[in-house]
Unconditional design. Sequence first.
Length: 199
Amino acid sequence: MVNQAEYNELTALQRLSEGDGTAFDQLFHANWDHVYSAAFTMTKSADLADDIAQETFISLWRDRQNLHEIKNLKAFLYTHVKFQVHKVFRRMKVEDAFAMYLRHKISVQSHENEQESSMAVKELELSLQRGVERLSPQQQRAFRLSREQGLTHEDISKLMGVSKKTVKDYIVRSLAFLRPYLDHYGVLVILAGSIFNLF
C-alpha cells in the first residue's frame, strides 16, 4: 500500500505533468536540499552545486509533460544531477578553449565588427527584457533584484517577505521561462552571461 508521502509526490508529479505551477513549487521545496546536496557532493563547489540544482529544476519544468511516468522522483533527480555535473565539466573545458580563441579574435577584431557585436548584445538585452516583462509580478521582482541589482537570495527573501527557498523557486521558474528568449543567440549567451549573471 502506497503511503501518504509517496501518494502526495506522485499526485504532485501528475499535476505538474499537466502544467500545474503550484505542484512544481511543492516538489521544488520538498526536493531542493536533496538535489543541492547531491550536486555539492559531486562538485565540492557551492556555486556549481547551486547552478546545477537550478538547472535540474529548470529541466524538471521544461520536461513536465513526461513526469507522470516517474515512480521514484529522488532517483530521477539524482540521475539528472549526475548528468548535469558531467555536462558542466565538459562545458567548462569547451569554454576554456573558446576563451583562448575569443581573446585572439578580439585582439584582431575591426571597429566595424565591434559595432556589430555591440548591436547583438543590445538585441539580447531587448529579448531578455521582453521575456522578463511576461513573468509573474513575484518572479519578475525576484529576477530583477537578483540579476539586475545583484542582491543575494537572503537579501531578496527579506525584501519580499518570503523564504530563501521560495526566492530560489522564483529564480528557477524565471530562468526556465526565459530560456527560449536566449537560446536563439547561441554562443552570445556565454559572452554576455557575465552581464546578466544567468549561468
